[in-house]
Ligand binder design. Structure first.
Ligand SMILES: [Mg+2]
Length: 208
């Protein structure tokens, strides 16, 4: 089977944004006297949409549900503010995506973030010219771990799941990737995302 499309998770794969989301959520929560520890953010909350994180905080710690809409908007504003300062082009990623694009692969980003964050971060990291499509959590009924956003990208690009390689870094995303039927490339940190590493994984999948 030939790999024809490469689908990227955004946070933790193309962008080192774990800290940005953590800082943005805590800045929003701080107005109401709540905080999340770094440990619980990494072990429990990482990779989930903000609205899921807020539901979990209401269930576990009594955060009033009436505040969810406001907190969500506040958090997204802080995320944009923080990314405007910290999001920069990364040479290895620009090199990888431009080479893959030139070789004819279709490329997409599928992220549990809201659309404005995905668009802004892809622009600030100068990766947007190489991407055929962006799928955000606003484009699907169910975010990851549901496979809907990967299935949506595959459908829009005219690909079968087995023609797609999916780069994911955390449990929720990996569950979504596996459930979509695509091939997984597990990423530890964004620095692992290089042209050579992706091509090596493509060769491995195609040889299997
Ligand atoms: Mg991720």
């Amino acid at each position: 089977m030939t790999i024809k499309a490469i689908l990227f998770d955004m946070d933790g794969v193309l962008i080192e944004a774990k800290d940005w989301h953590y800082d943005a959520l805590n800045r929003a929560l701080a107005h109401f006297g709540y905080t999340i520890s770094r440990e619980s953010h990494l072990s429990t909350f990482d990779g989930l949409p903000t609205r899921e994180k807020l539901k979990m905080l209401s269930a576990a710690r009594g955060l009033p549900e009436g505040l969810h809409g406001f907190m969500n908007a506040l958090k997204q504003n802080y995320t944009l503010e923080i990314s405007a300062m910290r999001c920069k082009p990364v040479f290895n990623h620009q090199y990888a995506l431009s080479k893959l694009k030139a070789e004819g692969y279709r490329l997409a980003v599928c992220s549990n973030s809201v659309r404005q964050s995905v668009e802004t971060m892809m622009k600030l990291s100068a990766l947007d010219p190489y991407l055929d499509m962006l799928v955000s959590n606003e484009d699907v009924a169910k975010g990851k771990p549901d496979p809907e956003m990967y299935l949506k990208a595959m459908d829009a690009l005219g690909m079968k799941p087995e023609e797609c390689l999916i780069l994911e870094d955390n449990d929720h995303g990996i569950q979504a990737a596996i459930a979509s039927g695509g091939h997984l490339m597990k990423i530890g940190v964004p620095d692992d995302v290089t042209y050579h590493a992706i091509k090596a994984r493509v060769a491995e999948v195609e040889a299997a």
